[in-house]
Design a protein around this ligand. Structure first.
Ligand SMILES: [Zn+2]
Length: 71
């Protein structure tokens, strides 16, 4: 139903044809492009997938948010 949102959601996915593989997919939350290296709120320990941005959509205040200071 909500395919676009689903595509942009970070998730673990197995590689096709590779049994037991697990790759963390974290597309840009704005445009959905696959290369989104800027993540906020990701925590493997807490199983939080975070919110990810590509170079074009990383917010101006990304590093402030990243360092734990909100707005
Ligand atoms: Zn983007």
């Amino acid at each position: 139903m909500d395919d676009v949102e689903e595509i942009r959601r970070p998730k673990f996915r197995g590689l096709r044809g590779v049994v037991g593989s697990k790759v963390f997919i974290h597309p840009c939350s704005i445009c959905g492009c696959a290369v989104a290296p800027f993540g906020i709120g990701f925590s493997s320990a807490r199983k939080e997938m975070g919110t990810w941005y590509c170079g074009d959509h990383v917010p101006d205040n990304f590093w402030r948010i990243k360092n734990g200071k909100s707005e």
